[in-house]
Each structure stands twice: as structure tokens, then as C-alpha cells.
Design a protein around this ligand. Sequence first.
Ligand SMILES: Cc1ncc(COP(=O)(O)O)c(C=O)c1O
Length: 358
Amino acid sequence: MNESSAPRIEINLAKIAHNTEILMKLYRSKGIEITGVTKGICGGLEIAEVFVNMGIKTIGDSKITNIIKMRKANINAEFMLLRIPGLSEIKSVVKYADISLNSELSVIQSLSKYANKYNKRHKVILMVEMGDLREGIMPKDLHSFIEKVMTLPNIDIIGIGVNFACFGGVKPTNNKMRLLAELSQEVEKKHHLSLTYVSGGNSANYNWFMESNNTMQVNNLRIGESLLLGRETLSRLPIPDLYTDAFTLVCEVIESKIKPSVPYGEIAQNSLGVTPQFQERGNIRRLILGIGFQDVLVSGLTPILDLEILGSSSDHTVLDAKNVNIQVGDEVTFSVNYGAMLSLMTSSNIHKKYLKMI
Ligand SMILES: Cc1ncc(COP(=O)(O)O)c(C=O)c1O
């Protein structure tokens, strides 16, 4: 088995480098620095290296295990834990992450305790809830929260942040960004803090950014999908001049036969626990690929040829070959969305092939 075995994901590093260069320049034109997010690629070292070589200074990941991997491989960046830490992982967070996003006092107290013990300082960005209803301190509670955090040894409040369009699908509008900017000014004034990070969100902030002449105090975005897949994430539209095809899944056909289009026999649940329904198309050429929902979010795959995905079980995906002539051993390629990319990059069963030329 080598990197050219199938199923494999082909990752074009030159396209990711291009996307990184264009986006950094674009966001910098209005005073915003990018934190490069590696959670969608399982903290992949080759891609983290590209981010850093293109000038990214901070890498964000939601998994401390990914941060440990990148840190141990000497990726030359500051590391930000993007997901608020669990109490059970504090020791590793203090040891390996420079910054973490936070919203719970007990967690920051524990970070303080271990930072003190390890004789380190740990930087926190306080997440503020602004409508998407995932992590965050309610704005009315922010000032009293900050007062308590400021009493904790070895903790530096370096910023405030918000997150949008991840859980509730709430848009980062100019009004939301203004609230964040005003809050950052209040925090600086009231607590005599200088905030290095006023972190306005993620790839969903692209439209707000493009429409704003003044991005106010917002000076950071944590960007994953736009760098990797070249899209904004409110409508998943391509961002001009970026590559949307840096990742391609390549699978091998392991069976190709003419068979009926509808299962026959008494029908019950399938491996996903659902009773599937199929359209009657007469006899069709059915292709089987050696990949299934164990390794990829199948709904996030789009065949590049005119083929149709009929369904999948844990290790098989079945396609209607339609009019395309495909035989056993042939390769079938797919473009991927973020969920498919994330699952493929996380799966140890999928070979990773890195391409260096566009
Ligand atoms: C807190 C946080 N910030 C930033 C991101 C990056 O989001 P995106 O990949 O849409 O840019 C994510 C999700 O991956 C996240 O959870």
C-alpha cells in the first residue's frame, strides 16, 4: 500500500498556498489577520506547514491532540485551541496550546492552576454569545466575568471573540460586528486591558468583510474552509480567484455489474437503521467503491463524472454508472465538501497524496 493506493484523498498544496496568499492579502487590506484553522484536516502537518510558509502566525485547532502533533513536529506557529477546553484536558492545554478560547470560569481557574504549576502563562480569548447559541458568555455577564478572571494568576486575557454560522446558522452582520467592536472598547476602558485579538468569527464573515468599508476594532478571523476549499460559508459560494478543488477523493471500482435498480425480497432496515427507498430504473450498471460511511460523509461527495451515488454501507458505496463506461479497477473521482474532507482527512484508512504543483 502506498499513497497512490485507493481510496485516497489528493491534496494540492500549491492550491492551498495560493488560497492562503490571496486571503491573507485580502483580509489584511482592512486590518484583519487570519488564524489558520487545521481542524478540518486533522492537524495535517503538510498543510500546517503551507499555512506557516505563506505567513500565517497562529494556527487554530479544536483538538488538543492535533495541536500536540503539530507542536511535536515543530510547526513554527502559535497554537490556539479553538474549542473551549474540557476540565479533563487542562494539563495538555496548558502544556501545548499558547491560547485557548474560553467561556467557563471553572475551566479558566483550572488553566490558571496548571499554568502556575508548570510555571507558564496561558493566554485566553473570552468567547461572547451573540446569537448563534453555541459557546460564549452572555454580554451582560462579560464584565463581571473579566473581573474574576483578572484575579487568577498566570492567565492573560488577550482578546474577546465570537462565533457565527456554526450551530444556529446566525449571520455575522455589520450590527453584530459593531456590538463586538463596542464591547471590545468597553472592555479595554473598564478593565485597562489591551486586547490583541478582537476575533470576529470564521469563513462565514467573508460577505460582511467585503461589504464593510470599516471593519472597526475587529482584527482577527479564524479561517478554515475558505483557505482549504475556497468558499464563504453562508451560501457556500466560491470566493473569486480561489481554488475550490484543492481536495479530490479518488476511489477504485471493486465491482461493476448490470443489476436491478430496486432491492428485491422482504424489505427491513439497512446498516444505517433506515428503510431505504429506490427509484425503479430497470436494469442498470451498478458500481461498488471500497469506501463507506465509516470513512467519509458520503452525502458530501459529488462525482466529477456523470454518475449518481445510490447509497452506502459502512465500507461500500454504490453508484449508478449511467452512461459512463467504467470497469473493475477503474478510478472514480469526487469533489468534497467540508464534512467529507474532514471525515476523509481524519480517517486512517484513507491514503493521503500530496501534490505540489497546480
Ligand atoms: C470556534 C471556531 N472558529 C473558527 C472555525 C473555523 O470555521 P471555518 O472553517 O468555517 O472558517 C471553527 C470551525 O471550524 C470554530 O469552531
